[in-house]
Ligand binder design. Structure first.
Ligand SMILES: *[C@@H]1O[C@H](CO)[C@@H](O)[C@H](O)[C@H]1NC(C)=O
Ligand SMILES: *[C@@H]1O[C@H](CO)[C@@H](O)[C@H](O)[C@H]1NC(C)=O
Length: 328
């Protein structure tokens, strides 16, 4: 390595800031030696009626538990242990569980992490549903205005249920194979997220479930990057940007790099005989890479301009409790 590269690597390592102990005032969760040994027991110790800000710090380890964050008056934040808060890559705290609809549960009840608390925020924690192929098995089930920063969400089918409220995902990784960002009412903005796809001959990244003309749901993915997951060999063209769970599905990919895993058609019908494509908005603007090339299907829209974040999260988003402008 030449000295310039060594110098740059040194500067990068100095700039990378970690979070290796509990921020002031946070409950301390650790597999041994903390105040709480499970995340759920820490959450359950917090008041749901007090409006004083709450936070929970999670030390390294894989926490095999399902976590429900119920509605509360306070703004609650989860922080995970990491040597570099600016990305998900060095996260050392993982919540993992394996429930699926094969257990007779609703989508939400399969979620490894279930969020019902308005203005919830989470930094540098990985959330996994380890069930694998065969049934709906949610990692994150988000039913509230909420923000996620430097987090990784992994599963196979239906990894991320973005269902209710305004949601912001920044610098996150979201991985799966089938309909793995989906939900019915949420408006969600994904900024600089890595979308990773698993080895498979056919898959869909999004399945937006909006089913009314004046509905609120839309997913906009801005400055993201689509590629095969580490260690996965994915055939060219195996994946679609989305298919319409609801017949007014709205999904936009913009300023996003798409590797050859994305099919030239771009988008897919729901199912043969039940296409649901007449009223969708499947938009694209200024994407790049082999997967962005097309020609796209006739129900795709090439937009004249990019969506603005306020178009999705509303004019007041910058002062919303879940939104952290300083991240990224
Ligand atoms: C979840 O499933 C994986 C395999 O997919 C297995 O290794 C792990 O032990 C399971 N975890 C639980 C908590 O059942
Ligand atoms: C297009 O996207 C790239 C990122 O891939 C960005 O740098 C550039 O500014 C965008 N151009 C327009 C016109 O938005």
């Amino acid at each position: 390595m030449n000295s310039l590269l060594v110098g740059l690597a040194f500067v990068a390592s100095v700039l990378a800031e970690g979070r290796t102990s509990a921020p002031d005032g946070c409950l301390n969760v650790a597999q041994s030696g903390g105040d709480y040994s499970t995340i759920q027991s820490a959450v359950d110790s917090l008041s749901t009626t007090s409006s004083d800000a709450q936070c929970v710090f999670v030390n390294p380890g894989t926490y095999s538990e399902q976590v429900l964050v119920s509605a509360r008056s306070a703004q609650l934040t989860f922080y995970g242990y990491t040597d570099d808060t600016t990305s998900y890559a060095d996260n050392q705290a993982t919540i993992s569980y394996n429930l699926s609809q094969a257990d007779g549960l609703s989508n939400d009840l399969t979620g490894t992490l279930r969020i019902k608390a308005t203005n919830f925020k989470m930094y540098n924690i990985n959330v996994n549903n380890g069930y694998g192929e065969g049934s709906q098995a949610i990692a994150l089930s988000a039913y509230a205005d909420s923000g996620y920063y430097g987090c990784a969400f992994t599963g196979f089918q239906d990894t991320l249920l973005s269902n209710v409220g305004n949601q912001y995902y920044a610098g996150c990784m979201i991985q799966g194979a089938t309909d793995y960002i989906f939900g019915q009412e949420a408006a969600a903005w994904f900024e600089q997220c890595d979308l990773r796809v698993l080895a498979r001959s056919l898959g869909y990244i999004t399945a937006n479930g909006e089913d009314t003309a004046d509905g609120t749901s839309i997913y906009v993915l801005n400055n993201c990057d689509i590629a095969a997951a580490d260690g996965n060999t994915v055939p060219e063209g195996a994946y679609y940007l989305g298919r319409p769970w609801g017949d007014h599905a709205k999904v936009v990919f913009q300023n996003t790099a798409m590797s050859a895993v994305i099919n030239e058609d771009g988008w897919h019908i729901w199912n043969t005989g039940d296409e649901r494509t007449d009223n969708v908005l499947f938009g694209e603007y200024n994407n790049s890479g082999v997967g962005a090339a097309g020609p796209r299907v006739d129900f795709a829209t090439i937009l004249d301009s990019a969506y603005a974040i306020a178009d999705v999260l509303g004019d007041g988003y910058a002062s919303a409790g879940y939104y952290d402008a300083s991240y990224l």
